[in-house]
Design a protein around this ligand. Structure first.
Ligand code: KG4
Ligand code: ZN
Length: 343
């Protein structure tokens, strides 16, 4: 089956063509147009994002179809939740029109389910069962993935998402948006000096039934960074604060992921979302897990951040199960991942 994927949930207009069946599908094309304009404002401006999607969606899809070099498309998969509603609506409206005009089925895809599938497009073995850590600008989810379509939500953030914390800390340090890569680069130049921040929601005596056993929280860490910034000469301590922040964030994520993998005895850990671009995080995960015989998989930067390839792949999974969305498919700012059960 040839699936056209479309992703417009935030500030990337993306289209991709996937060809084949299940985990054997091949990516024929992937086009990602990032909206640079938001840098000026230090964050995504929803109305500007929607208008930019409107301008780009047709050429982006045409480019993806041309690059794929395949004839007919058999189905179209589109992100319809969660995200900015105006931005999502551009992709959803386009996909429905494409479906109607070409007489092919349309399937709505949950953006975070897409992130779960991203790594499998590059690594044959990044398939269930696995422990998943999804760390993006909008979400931080720790999941047990027993099979595709069977997800157990173990933990999430109580406040800021991991990427959001990177972005806010970058702002406090006077670094550009999006801040994650800038914080990582700066952190690599320091050992943290005298700065050390508490690891949020990590205590030795926590047990699996505790509400905070898997959950994370980064607002306190952000406040600790703010206090450090205010009480020091930033030019001297910028890199050390970046390092101390990143160390606390990574230690927390590695510890929570370890608890999940151990509890469910999973042989693999799969990372996803923009923060999975952080090479220091990936290295720390490998250092923790590889001695225990657990493999760690992370997508390349292109598939870690928002892209339509992962949407096409998740869509293919649902299409192969015979699922279709009706032509009144709508966009939703938030919605649970299909197949998700509580811990
Ligand atoms: O998944 P994504 O592209 O968009 C959302 O769905 O939110 O993730 C974007 C987030 C941003 O917060 C960005 O700062 C973060 O990913 N990010 C990083 C790195 N590269 C991107 N965070 C830490 N280290 C990085 N190298
Ligand atoms: Zn995302």
């Amino acid at each position: 089956m040839r699936v056209l994927g479309i992703e417009t949930s935030c500030d990337e207009t993306s289209a991709a063509v996937l060809d084949g069946t299940g985990d054997d599908a091949t990516l024929r094309s992937l086009v990602i147009l990032s909206q640079d304009v938001h840098r000026i404002f230090g964050g995504v401006v929803p109305e500007i994002a929607s208008r930019a999607h409107l301008t780009s969606i047709v050429p982006v899809v045409e480019r993806a179809l041309a690059d794929a070099g395949v004839g007919e498309i058999d189905a179209v998969a589109v992100t319809n939740a969660p995200g900015l509603v105006g931005a999502l609506l551009v992709g959803v409206s386009f996909a429905k029109a494409f479906s109607f005009a070409r007489r092919v089925p349309v399937i709505g895809v949950h953006h975070m389910e897409g992130h779960l599938f991203a790594t499998a497009l590059e690594h044959r073995d990044a398939v269930p069962p696995f422990t998943a850590l999804l760390v993006s600008g909008g979400h931080t989810l720790l999941l047990d993935v027993e099979a595709w379509g069977r997800y157990r939500l173990l933990g999430k953030t109580r406040d800021d998402a991991a990427g959001e914390a990177f972005d806010k800390v970058a702002k406090l340090l006077g670094l550009p948006y999006p801040g994650g890569p800038h914080v990582e680069r700066l952190a690599a130049t320091s050992d943290g000096g005298d700065f050390r921040f508490a690891r949020p929601m990590v205590r030795r005596n926590q047990i699996p039934g505790d509400a905070d056993f898997y959950d994370v929280s980064f607002s306190g860490l952000k406040t600790a960074v703010l206090t450090a910034v205010k009480s020091s000469n930033l030019d001297d301590s910028r890199a050390a604060i970046a390092r101390a922040f990143q160390d606390a964030m990574i230690d927390t994520l590695v510890e929570k992921t370890t608890r999940a993998a151990r509890q469910f005895g999973r042989p693999r850990v799969v990372l996803g979302g923009g923060v999975a671009c952080n090479a220091t995080l990936v290295a720390a995960m490998r250092e923790r897990f590889e001695p225990r015989g657990v493999q760690v998989f992370a997508p390349s930067a292109r598939l870690a951040t928002d892209n339509a390839a992962m949407i096409a792949r998740a869509g293919l999974f649902h299409l192969e199960r015979g699922e279709r969305s009706p032509l009144d498919l709508n966009a939703f700012s938030s919605q649970p991942i299909p197949g998700l059960v509580a811990a």
